[in-house]
Structure formats: C-alpha cells, structure tokens
Design a protein around this ligand. Sequence first.
Ligand SMILES: Nc1ncnc2c1ncn2[C@@H]1O[C@H](COP(=O)(O)OP(=O)(O)O)[C@@H](O)[C@H]1O
Ligand SMILES: Nc1ccn([C@@H]2O[C@H](COP(=O)(O)OP(=O)(O)O)[C@@H](O)[C@H]2O)c(=O)n1
Length: 241
Amino acid sequence: MPTHHSLPPTRPTTVVAIDGPAGAGKSTVAKLLADRLGFEFLDTGAMYRCVTLAMLRVPITPSETNALQQLASDLQIELSGSVVRMNGEDVSDAIRTPEVSQAIGGVADNILVREILSDLQRRWASGKRVVTEGRDQGSVVFQDSRCKVFLVASPEERARRRVADLAQRGIDADLQSVLDQQNARDLADYSRPVGALIKAPDAVEISTDGISMHQVVDKLERLVQARLGQNLSAKFSSTKP
Ligand SMILES: Nc1ncnc2c1ncn2[C@@H]1O[C@H](COP(=O)(O)OP(=O)(O)O)[C@@H](O)[C@H]1O
Ligand SMILES: Nc1ccn([C@@H]2O[C@H](COP(=O)(O)OP(=O)(O)O)[C@@H](O)[C@H]2O)c(=O)n1
C-alpha cells in the first residue's frame, strides 16, 4: 500500500475561465492566450457538441432523458489541442455543422448531462494550467478560478463572424438565418435553469467589437498577469536552465 510519502506530488490546477455567447471570440482568443502562456486549451463546447452528434446519430431526442444521460456517460470524449475524438473517431469537423448547433440546446438543458460534462472538465484540468472556455466555466465549473473573463460582442458582429467562419469551411450560410439561429441559442443559453450563461461577479467583461483578436489577447494577458502573477512566475522560474 503506498505511503503518503510515496504518492506523486499533486500539482495545483490553474484556470483562466472565459465565458460568453456564441461568436464572441472565446475559442479563438483562448487558444492564442493558451499558446502565449504555455497553458493547455479546453473547449467545453466541443464536449456538448460530441454528445449532440452522438444523439443525432442514434437517433434519440432530448426528451428521451434516460437514454440521453446514458449516452453521455458512456461516451468517450478526448480533447487534445483542437482535435476532438469521440469513441476514438476524429469528429473535429463533424461536431461543428449547423445541424449540431441547432440541436445542442436540448442536450445543454439536461442537468445530469451538465454534471457529467462538468466533472469531465474538472478531471481534464486537474493538475494542469488551463485556459478554458464555455458558458459556465467561471460561474459553475471553476468557481475558484482567480481569473475569469466574460467575453461579449454585438449579435450582428457575432453572426457576421460565424458566416465568414462557415464560408471558410465551404458551408454557405445566409446572415439572417445564422442570426436567427444565434438568437435562439442565446435565449436558451441565457435562460437555462442550471449552467445559464451569466457573468460571474468576479469576472471582467471585455467586448471584442471593433478590436482585433490580437488586441483582445493582449488585454487578457495583462489581466492574467495581474491576477495570477505569482503562479506564472513559478512556471518561468521552473523552466529556467
Ligand atoms: N476580435 C475579433 N475580431 C474579429 N473577429 C474575431 C475576433 N475574435 C474572433 N473572431 C472571429 O470570430 C469567429 C468566431 O470566433 P470564435 O472564437 O469561434 O467564437 P466563440 O468561441 O465565442 O463562439 C472566428 O471566425 C474568429 O476568427
Ligand atoms: N460550458 C458550456 C459550453 C457549451 N455549452 C452549450 O454548447 C453550445 C455550443 O458551444 P460552443 O462553445 O461550441 O459554441 P460556439 O460559441 O462556438 O458557437 C452552446 O450554445 C451551449 O448551449 C454549454 O451549455 N456549456
């Protein structure tokens, strides 16, 4: 039986939590910030997207709550950088179709699914330095984080970005229908009883309207330095020759 002294030292978990509505720029800036800091990047929306894709493939509906919860707890989700694997299959592109975005609300509303995925997120981050992004990272999953950001942009700007994003991936989408779908998702995200999109009281709100993603990352880096300065210098001193 291992003694207390033979157990490996547990590294503290350091989390920068970024929340905000769809298209605010969370995943773009979270990835860039993680690269700059030497942190890992956690895209929690990808987990909700995996459960939704699996649900559509069976197919079952969100109203089949027991089957949906069983599906979520049986699903093996692996996130590594920008690559997303579901039961070993690379689904990095398949989870980002408009069909998945449209069906995701019923999955994200399920309280037990949220618990399963929140638990997976905490285990994934355990002992790491992480920039995470989603809807409930600062308010629920990583409430203890000392660095929380609430990223926003106007609905029109977010929809324009999403259309450009889809076009780059060869998906032709019309601005008004993207805006309509986005409004429906915003409403669901802001109003769900558990895990609703909400600015944590200790989060800093940053608007990405009219500023480049690099300017946003500069702001975030300054915030991280101010809030986590000591933890960061620990990293730099440990990597010195
Ligand atoms: N500050 C910014 N200015 C302009 N476009 C941006 C900015 N930040 C992100 N984008 C673009 O907006 C789109 C949506 O960003 P994304 O990071 O996917 O948002 P979210 O993760 O919040 O849904 C991407 O195409 C991205 O390149
Ligand atoms: N932590 C999270 C992350 C995503 N989600 C849900 O998953 C959906 C897709 O998340 P996403 O981050 O991939 O979406 P985009 O903002 O990239 O469009 C959101 O609209 C939420 O309904 C959630 O409920 N909680």
